[in-house]
Design a protein around this ligand. Sequence first.
Ligand code: NI
Length: 164
Amino acid sequence: MAIRNIRLFGDPVLEKQCKEVKEVTPRTLELIDDMFETMYDANGVGLAAPQVGILKRICVVDVTYEDPILLINPRIMEKSGEQTGSEGCLSLPGKCGDVTRANYVKVEYYDENMERHEIEGTELLARALQHEIEHLDGHLYTEKVIGDLRDVGEEAPSDEDTEE
Ligand code: NI
C-alpha cells in the first residue's frame, strides 16, 4: 500500500471523463488499497480515482471511518429530497462551500469481484456518494457552490450579513 499524490484543483485530469472498469486486475486492487490509504491519510470521507490521476470509474467512501465502501462503476439509480450543507474536497484542501444536493440516493455499483450491489444513503452518505460519482464525470463541487468558497473553519455568512 502507498499514499498517492492527490491532484489539486486546476489539474486537467480532474475534468476528464473516466472509463468503465471492465476487469479488476492486480493493479486495480493495488489502486483501490492505495485510494483507501490516501483518503484516510488526508482525513477525507471520499476519494475518486481521477484525484490520484487514474481515469477509471472507481471511488471510495467512508463517512464514519468505520465503514469503508468501494464503488466500481457506480451509477445513481434514484434520488429524492434536498439538503444544503457545507462540503469540501481533498483536491481543494482547506476550502469548503455550501452545496445543495439530493438528500437520498440509491446507487448501483460493483465490488472488487465485479459483483453488483446497491446502496442507499441519506444526508452525509448521500452527499459523499453524489460528490464522488460526479468526479468520475469530471465535475467538482465548485461548480455547484452557492456563493463563494470559504476557508475551513471560517463561519458561513448569515442571512443578515448578506442582506446589505
Ligand atoms: Ni472531491
